[in-house]
Design a protein around this ligand. Structure first.
Ligand code: SF4
Ligand code: SF4
Length: 135
């Protein structure tokens, strides 16, 4: 089943609307919210992963565009520069998805890119600039 990671940006008038509920109920999509930044009276931003049939994904995206939601693919690419990493572990304690994790056998730090949701929390905590976000 196709999966897509998307960034939804929407105006304040839609902040209290159940946007993801409509995708589930009316378009038969499975929706996993990876990151939400919704402030009343301001713009809202959701990073979601959707899966479903191709036609349902297309109709869901059309619906979002029609109600005024801007839909973009998640294109941020988080890179780990292993050669700069000192294995301090700071990123592993802040990473919400365990994309950065400690290998229990040798206590080394590793990065599993497919688990990363590009939340950028690890960027400011890394003292050696071993993590970067590319657009
Ligand atoms: S950006 Fe960093 S903190 Fe966020 S999920 Fe990816 S690795 Fe983890
Ligand atoms: S915070 Fe930076 S230096 Fe420390 S383990 Fe993570 S990537 Fe390596």
């Amino acid at each position: 089943m196709p999966k897509k990671r998307l960034v939804l940006t929407f105006p304040s008038r839609l902040v209290d609307q159940p946007i993801t509920y409509f995708l589930i109920k009316d378009h038969n999509l499975m929706v996993n919210i990876l990151r939400a930044n919704v402030t009343p009276k301001e713009e809202g931003r959701l990073v979601i992963e959707i899966s479903g049939k191709k036609n349902d994904i297309e109709s869901g995206m059309t619906h979002l565009n029609e109600i005024g939601v801007n839909v973009k693919p998640l294109t941020k690419d988080v890179r780990w520069y292993k050669e700069r990493c000192t294995q301090c572990g700071a990123c592993t304690s802040i990473c919400p998805t365990e994309a950065f994790f400690v290998n229990r056998e040798d206590m080394s730090v590793s990065f599993k890119k497919e688990k990363c949701i590009a939340c950028e929390l690890c960027i400011p905590v890394c003292p050696y600039r071993a993590v970067e976000v590319l657009f």
